[in-house]
Design a protein around this ligand. Structure first.
Ligand code: 5AD
Ligand code: SF4
Length: 420
């Protein structure tokens, strides 16, 4: 979501203000920092980075802070770091060319509705498009700051989504990544007319676009994974067989205290349905350890889900209390050392699973969409199930989907020969 917001900022600045990108900090007239605030670490990083930029920038270069930290800290950022010229929240991206000219402007209104805003065209990678399908989040998971920083959930009308994908396909993209905090809750609320009003039908509708060959989406919520959606995921050949199913915890009591709205049993049931309908699909997940009151037994429930599902990819975090969230007010904090040990156990076990998964790819064939040249005469792309694959090759393979026979496997990537 942040990456796409950055593309929107770049498009607005280049279309309306003639800015161009520079890789050289010392040469920049404007430095924009797009921030995350989902955990404490990126917030402290913002202030240390600001110090570095302050020393290295041209004397009259402006600095703007955008994104989620901007949304929740607002003018505090300028008070703490007066070098910052303006602050623009995650839900105010379209205002960039206005705030740019107002010294110490702060635009962080989370009621602001950008769901029908016509952003200019800018894509970092012309082979793959990112397209927002909703903004904000209504879920209110008790650990999460996103509803505070991105405001209430509003879906983007289906025709706007369709047209944007069509435009990206016309300019060379074969793959789209649909973006939302909660994609399969699509249709919850619109601020304008929309022909399609649910996620499964949106997927079907988008699949009719000629020249679009791959559809990905992130992130779905396990609660909204109904049978019809999972059947569409499994049977639609354009939908890549990679799905993120964020667990957060395997313990029913922790899930309840997180307000996730599902149980361990429901979660396992959804994953086994995915495994049986689409055995070739990879499942990734997010897990938080050390949530307030998490006991050793609760944590064992999480380990049990890991054993049962054998996630192909894991994003795991120590719980980080966030301002304006319900969980931050809970007592019975888990000691840091305990959370650290749990995180290590989880990650170590997952690494073993991952090694087995990756070694099992040797000799298999993956269809890879090549989109990036690499040094030493290599080219990289993603398999349908989301694995990074390298092969020998150059320009002639850019933008091509080709079968690759896997000859080498490591924890993070596969290598093989493109069969063309
Ligand atoms: N502490 C730790 N991890 C968090 N996440 C969200 N909020 C927190 C928090 N307060 C994680 C969740 C989410 C992912 C994007 O970040 O696992 O799915
Ligand atoms: Fe945060 Fe929950 Fe919304 Fe995801 S679904 S953005 S974790 S509140």
């Amino acid at each position: 979501m942040n990456t796409r917001d950055s593309e929107h900022l770049i498009a607005e600045l280049s279309n309306k203000e003639n800015y161009i990108l520079t890789p050289n900090l010392k040469e920049a007239d404007l430095i924009l920092i797009n921030t995350c605030s989902v955990r404490e670490k990126p917030v402290s990083k913002l202030f240390s980075e600001l110090g570095v930029f302050a020393k290295q920038k041209k004397p009259d270069a402006k600095i703007g802070v955008c994104g989620c930290t901007a949304s929740h800290l607002g003018k505090e950022i300028i008070q703490k770091a007066p070098i910052v010229d303006f602050v623009i929240g995650a839900r105010n991206v379209s205002k960039i060319t206005q705030v740019l000219h107002k010294k110490h402007a702060v635009a962080i209104d989370t009621d602001f509705d950008e769901s029908t805003y016509n952003f200019g065209e800018y894509r970092t990678n012309r082979f793959k498009a990112m397209v927002n399908i909703s903004i904000g989040c209504d879920k209110g998971c008790t650990f999460c700051i996103v509803p505070v920083t991105r405001g209430e959930e509003i879906s983007i009308p289906s025709e706007l989504i369709y047209n944007e994908i069509q435009k990206s396909v016309d300019s060379g993209a074969k793959e789209v990544m649909l973006l939302g905090q909660n994609v399969n809750n699509y249709g919850r609320r619109f601020s304008a007319d929309s022909k399609i009003r649910d996620f499964t039908n949106l997927l079907r509708h988008i699949s009719t676009i000629k020249g679009l060959e791959r559809i990905r989406f992130t992130s779905p919520h396990p609660l909204h994974m109904d049978d019809e959606f999972l059947k569409e995921f499994a049977s639609n050949p354009k939908i890549c067989k990679q799905i993120h199913v964020p667990l957060q915890s395997g313990s029913d009591s922790v899930l309840k205290s997180m307000k996730r709205g599902y149980t361990k049993e429901w979660f396992l049931n959804r994953c086994s349905m995915i495994r049986s309908l689409a055995p070739q699909a990879t499942i990734s997940t997010d897990i938080i350890v050390g949530f307030p009151s998490e006991s050793d037994r609760d944590f064992e429930e999480t380990m049990d889900v890991l054993e049962k599902v054998r996630f192909e990819q894991l994003f795991s975090f120590k719980y980080s209390p966030r301002p304006h969230t319900q969980a931050a007010t809970l007592d019975s904090k888990v000691p840091q050392e305990v959370a650290q040990l749990r995180l290590k156990r989880l990650q170590d076990r997952h690494t073993q699973i991952l090694d087995e998964v990756m070694q099992a790819q040797l000799g298999s064939t993956h269809f890879v969409y090549f989109d990036e040249l690499k040094p030493h005469g290599k080219i990289a792309g993603r398999s349908d199930d989301g694995k990074l694959v390298f092969a020998k090759g150059g320009e002639e393979l850019l933008g091509v989907i080709a079968p690759v026979k896997i000859t080498k496997a490591s924890r993070s990537l596969l290598e093989g020969e493109a069969q063309i």
